[in-house]
Write a protein that binds this ligand. Structure first.
Ligand code: ATR
Length: 280
């Protein structure tokens, strides 16, 4: 990777960021394509967000990624928020266009691209159950509803949050239902795709799973946004039932690939980025 006076900065802001795989993926892509960029991670505490964003602007960043805890707060410092970020209610990617900073969100589309490329499924025919009703569920629910998925059931421990999300998503689909976590057996038995968006099962709580394993079945794809561990207890149970399984690694990869495409205008070298991600 050749760094010259023309090299433009890209980066990630979050707190913490030391665990992030984004610099590895992005710099591998930059190197592969000899793109005139370099990507670094910056640990920014919430009290410094405003100054940090001003600093990135002054230093003529071409764009940057945003992670926890800044994905909502960053919206105050954008010149524009695009439709996707507005609908998801969070920004994970900032792109410079005609000198303006546009906040967008590649998490949902990254997930969708991963699901389609790895599972090869026809979305409009799916009966989807989304487990959880937080920020991740909102991103996934939005892209699925926009993509024309006819049936979406949101199940959540706290029912009013599921109802709130269903009301929001009903702008893009009239096939949204809500169930409590304990009362979702029938929906999961009928589902062709079950997606866990909660943190239940994530390291170090690897012995937990969000739903009863007996509800899973072989005519179903089970997808878990978690990637540590790469196979959660939910995915093990699904595999035992004969279901096809999908983990969160692809979402991590494709949300980065789409951000890279926004900044560089190039098609992302996904195989290179995947190799960089898996190498770690
Ligand atoms: P994210 O942005 O990652 O989606 P979030 O907005 O805090 O995080 O949402 C977390 C989701 O995981 C919520 O749906 C939460 O359920 P509640 O609405 O009932 O809080 C769900 N969740 C987290 N821990 C859970 C647990 N132990 N059991 C069941 N659901 C859980």
């Amino acid at each position: 990777m050749k760094i010259t006076a023309q090299t433009r900065p890209l980066g990630l802001i979050g707190h913490p960021v030391s665990h992030s795989k984004s610099p590895l993926m992005m710099n591998a892509a930059i190197k592969k394509q000899q793109a005139p960029f370099v990507y670094l991670a910056y640990d920014i505490v919430p009290q410094q967000l405003k100054q940090a964003v001003q600093g990135l602007r002054t230093l003529q960043f071409q764009g940057f990624n945003v992670t926890i805890p800044h994905k909502v707060a960053i919206m105050d410092y954008m010149d524009e928020i695009d439709e996707t970020a507005e609908a998801i209610g969070a920004v994970n990617t900032v792109v410079k266009r005609n000198g303006k900073w546009i906040g967008t969100n590649t998490d949902g589309l990254g997930y969708l691209r991963s699901l389609q490329e790895e599972m090869n499924l026809n979305l409009t025919e799916q009966r989807v159950v989304i487990i959880g009703a937080g920020g991740a569920a909102r991103a996934i629910g939005y892209v699925l509803a926009k993509a024309g998925v006819a049936h979406i059931t949101i199940i959540n421990r706290t029912i009013y949050k599921a109802e709130h999300l269903a009301t929001h998503l009903s702008q893009w689909s009239n096939g949204i239902e809500v169930r409590s976590l304990a009362d979702a057996k029938v929906q999961i038995k009928k589902a062709t795709c079950v997606i866990n968006t909660t943190s239940v099962g994530m390291h170090p709580h690897v012995e937990e799973m969000p739903i009863d394993a007996d509800w899973l079945h072989e005519d179903c794809i089970v997808s878990d946004l978690i990637y540590t561990p790469s196979r959660t207890k939910l995915l093990h149970a699904a595999k035992d039932k004969g279901a096809r399984i999908h983990n969160g690694m692809g979402m991590l990869l494709y949300q980065a690939a789409i951000a890279y495409e926004h900044w560089t205008g190039n098609k992302a070298p996904v195989a290179t980025m995947r190799a960089a991600l898996l190498e770690t």
